[in-house]
Structure formats: structure tokens, C-alpha cells
Design a protein around this ligand. Structure first.
Ligand code: KIV
Ligand code: ZN
Length: 514
């Protein structure tokens, strides 16, 4: 069975999704989970795009040991030097350089002739190879490039030292047959192609990213690139969990395997969705809420008699367990710590104390604390920056009735420690709270998006709120979970504001157009 490397770009291409802004700690948490999932290579970011991205890539490269960490660079010495500084402490430093090869991009975006593109690509791959043991070169917009030009430039960059050649379908334009044939052509015409691994990178604009990736594998590709939940630019990237599960379920047709630990898929998907605020659609393959729900009587009857009648993937295969009650109000610190470790969290003493307090708080409100609840508490604690001055809500009250205009009163501690209190009204309870917070916060804040979902099922499920704001013109996202929808709404708003106080998050896309 041939092995296919999994190259995860959730933290780079995935983070380029509109509205996604991960901070350093959130990226680190996702990186650790990707390591547990068993990806071979993770693209941690684009170090030259911003200080925030540089810091996050460096921390991930210095921490992760179970897989190779890479970073993106344009084909220039500055980007390559910065990437080296970020990645040199990694287990297997690897650079990902890209340069467009399609007539549209060369003419209109780069304003360079094909000869100049070849010269730059060769020069920069050779330069990178002086530092990095592994250099991947990507022909951006490869699927709209001239095949013979691709053959020519690929031969040259392999001679210059590239060991992985990635041919992206940057705009999600290709079809399975066409994309497969492109790789076939390259394999047949590039004389030194056996010195490099071919890689596929697909976008989902026409909904074919996963099919295109699988076709590429069937035509000789031994590395697939994608993201968890398929998040990414525009319509997103190929969903890695879908490719890995398809190869496994249809191994009768596909003689390829990946290193992915399939039963870590659900947890990885949940973490990425929670931290990015990109909700997973209910009907999404493999990880959607309804992916294993059988609604019609005929289907339910069939599944009860024999699961395989209507179920081709078992929930357990991808790590979907019944949402067990894991700890109760009598559980102590030791049991809590052990469960946190089982869930993959390594908390220092102060974070452990904080998380345990949140857990105890929750057991006061809710009889049964499920694995999902714990996961939410631990993720929030672990990704919160302790040293940062911040706004904190001390108390709030909302008066609501079908006749009166809703009024909210909020008591807030400001970053300088001063306590302030105000009241304001709104059309609804959430608006009343947000208008009051607006009055209390020293910034020009505008709500752009608000999403409410539940963690777990049932009447006592936690409410999770994701918001997108602009704070003094800067985009910021925030999230919070609580048993009470209004408290979660208020805290998500405050969380977004706090994230702009210390610009540890980044918006690389605003600064550098990839
Ligand atoms: O889609 C694309 O072409 C990319 C490159 C930077 C590899 O993401
Ligand atoms: Zn891409």
C-alpha cells in the first residue's frame, strides 16, 4: 500500500478564511492537536506576514516534535530569511516557497515574463536550500498554467534543490480528470521528477476539492494538502478528514494510506471550529452533526437491525463517542487534572486552578458535566492570555418583558483596574447588553456578526457565542461559552475587544495579500 503524506495548512490557508483571527495560544493548541491527529507536515503560518505570525510559527516549530513544521514564503530573500529564523528550531525545518506560473498571474499580478519567473524560482529555491534541509516549491495557479511551461520550470527547481513540488488548484477551477492528467503529464515529461514528491493543493470553489485531491493521488501524488473542516480562502480548501476517511472506507478501490489517527478527527474538528468560529454545517461529510443521524423510519429500522444497511462510517471510527457524563460535582482536583490530560491538555498550575474553578462553577449550575463541556472549559482556559490587561465583566442584569424596552446594567473592570457601571437599552436583550458595553469600553466598537450554537445536547447544554467586531477599525473575533445565552453573548463581545488590546493575534491577509 502506498503512503500519502498529509500536509495540513489549517493554520495558514485555513486562517486566511474571512473573519478568522487566531491568537498565538489558540494556534499552539491547534498545532498540538494536529500533532496528535498524526499529520506529517503542518504549515504553521506565513512568518514574514506579521510579527504575530512570526511568533506563532516560531513557538510551534520549537514545541512540536512529532511532525515537520513548515512556513510559507514568497520567492524573495527577505521572506526566506524571516522564515528561517522562525523555523530553524524545528524538528525538520521545511520551507514552502510559492510563485505563480499561470499566464494570468504572471502577466497581471507579477508583471514578469515566463523567463523571469523561472530565474526567480530557481534562484530562491537554491537560496532556501542553503538553509533548509527540505524545500517545497509551489507553482501557484498551476491548474491554469501551460503544461509545457510547468514541465520546464519544475525540472529547473528540482535541480536547484526542491524536494517537493506542489501544483495547486489555487482558484478551485479544475476537475478530477483534468487535475489527475496534469500530474500524469508532469510525471511523464519532467526527466528528474523521481527526485521529488508531487503534492496536490485544492480549493473548493466548484465543490470538487476532495475529488480532485483523490484523483491526484491516483495519478502519482504522494502528498495532499488541505485543512480541517475544509476551512480556507473563499470556499475553502480540501477537507483532510474527508480524504483520509474516503481512502480508508474505500480501500477496496484506493491502495493508499495516510498516518492520520482517524479517531482524533472529531476532536480536531471541534477544536478548529470552536477556536476559529467557523461552524461545521450539520450535513458536512464525516464530522457534521447529522452525518450519523438517521431520520426516516425506514433508515432507523435498518440501522437498528444492522448498522451497515445505512451507515458506511462508524461514529467510533472518527472519534464520535456518546457525550458521556465524565465528572460530577463531587469530583476533585486530581480527577479533573487526570481527565484534562486524557483530553490532551497540559495545564500549568495557575491554568489548572482557573479551569478547575470554572468546572466547579459549572457543576453548581449543571448536574452532569460532559466531555464536550470540559473540552470547552479547557480550551478557553488554555488559550487565554493570563498576563494581558483586559476588560472583565463583574456583574450584569437585564430587564426584559414583552411590553418594556429591554434594559441592561453592566459592571465592568477596565484594563487599568477601575470598576465602572452603566445601563442602556436596546431592541432586544443582547442589543441592550452590547449598547451598554459600547458605552463602557474606550473604543469605537461595531458588531459585524453574531452566531449562537450549543455545546452538547439537551436543555442544560452550554451556549456558545461567536462574534465578529471591528474595534477602532480593526477586525476582531471573540467567543465565549456559558450556560446562559446572555452571559455568553456579553463575554464573547468582551473577549473580542480584549484580543485587540494586545495585538498578539494577526490578520496576515490584511497586511500581505497571498
Ligand atoms: O492556493 C494556493 O495556491 C496556495 C499557495 C500559496 C500554495 O495556497
Ligand atoms: Zn491555497
Amino acid at each position: 500500500m502506498a503512503h500519502v503524506n498529509v500536509f495540513d495548512t489549517t493554520l495558514r490557508d485555513g486562517e486566511q478564511s474571512a473573519g478568522v483571527n487566531l491568537n498565538r495560544l489558540e494556534k499552539l493548541e491547534i498545532a498540538k492537536q494536529l500533532e496528535r491527529l498524526g499529520v506529517d507536515i503542518m504549515e504553521a503560518g506565513f512568518p514574514a506576514s506579521s510579527q504575530g505570525d512570526f511568533d506563532a510559527v516560531k513557538e510551534i516549530a520549537d514545541t512540536v516534535r512529532g511532525c515537520s513544521v513548515t512556513g510559507l514564503a514568497r520567492a524573495n530573500k527577505r521572506d526566506i530569511d524571516i522564515a528561517w529564523e522562525a523555523l530553524k528550531g524545528g524538528a525538520e525545518p521545511r520551507l514552502h516557497i510559492f510563485l505563480a506560473t499561470s499566464p494570468i498571474h504572471m502577466t497581471h499580478k507579477l508583471k514578469k515574463t515566463p523567463e523571469e519567473i523561472v530565474e526567480t524560482a530557481v534562484e530562491m529555491v537554491a537560496y532556501a536550500k542553503e538553509k533548509f534541509p527540505h524545500v517545497q516549491w509551489s507553482a501557484e495557479d498551476a491548474s491554469r498554467s501551460d503544461l509545457d511551461f510547468l514541465v520546464h520550470i519544475i525540472e529547473k527547481v528540482i535541480d536547484a534543490g526542491a524536494t517537493v513540488i506542489n501544483l495547486p488548484d489555487t482558484v478551485g477551477y479544475t476537475t478530477p480528470d483534468e487535475y489527475g492528467k496534469m500530474f500524469q503529464y508532469v510525471k511523464e515529461h519532467v526527466p528528474n521528477i523521481d527526485k521529488a514528491i508531487l503534492s496536490a493543493h485544492c480549493h473548493d470553489d466548484l465543490g470538487m476539492a476532495v475529488s480532485n485531491s483523490i484523483s491526484a493521488i491516483e495519478h502519482g501524488v504522494r502528498q495532499i494538502e488541505g485543512t480541517i473542516n475544509g476551512i480556507g480562502e473563499r470556499a475553502g480548501n480540501a477537507a483532510l478528514e474527508e480524504i483520509a476517511v474516503a481512502l480508508q472506507i474505500r480501500k477496496d478501490r484506493y491502495d493508499y494510506q495516510t498516518n492520520l489517527v482517524l479517531n482524533e478527527i472529531k476532536r480536531t474538528s471541534d477544536l478548529v471550529s470552536r477556536l476559529t468560529g467557523m461552524m461545521v454545517p450539520g450535513n458536512k461529510a464525516v464530522v457534521g452533526r447529522n452525518a450519523f443521524a438517521h431520520e426516516s423510519g425506514i433508515h432507523q429500522d435498518g440501522v437498528l437491525k444492522e448498522a451497515s444497511t445505512y451507515e458506511i462510517i462508524t461514529p467510533a471510527m472518527v472519534g464520535i463517542d456518546s457525550n458521556r457524563m465524565v465528572l460530577g460535582k463531587h469530583s476533585g482536583r486530581h480527577a479533573f487534572k487526570q481527565k484534562a490530560q486524557e483530553l490532551g491538555f497540559e495545564l500549568n498550575e495557575s491554568k489548572l486552578k482557573e479551569a478547575f474553578e470554572s468546572f466547579k462553577n459549572l457543576t453548581g449550575k449543571k448536574k452532569e458535566v460532559t466531555e464536550d463541556d470540559l473540552f470547552a472549559i479547557l480550551t478557553d482556559t488554555q488559550t487565554e492570555n493570563e498576563d494581558q490587561p483586559k476588560y472583565e465583566m463583574k456583574a450584569f442584569q437585564v430587564q426584559y418583558g414583552s411590553i418594556n424596552r429591554p434594559t441592561a446594567t453592566v459592571l465592568l473592570t477596565r484594563p487599568d483596574g477601575e470598576e465602572v457601571e452603566k445601563a442602556n437599552t436596546g431592541e432586544g436583550s443582547v442589543e441592550a447588553i452590547y449598547n451598554t458595553l459600547d458605552d463602557l469600553i474606550d473604543a469605537d466598537v461595531h458588531l459585524q456578526d453574531y452566531q449562537l450554537s450549543s455545546i452538547g445536547k439537551g436543555r442544560d447544554a452550554l451556549a456558545e457565542v461567536h462574534v465578529q467586531l471591528t474595534v477602532n477599525g480593526v477586525k476582531a473575533s471573540g467567543r465565549a461559552a456559558d450556560q446562559d445565552v446572555l452571559e455568553a453573548s456579553a463575554n464573547a463581545f468582551i473577549n473580542a475587544v480584549n484580543r485587540t488590546l494586545n495585538r498578539q493575534y494577526k490578520d496576515s491577509y490584511q497586511q500581505v495579500q497571498v
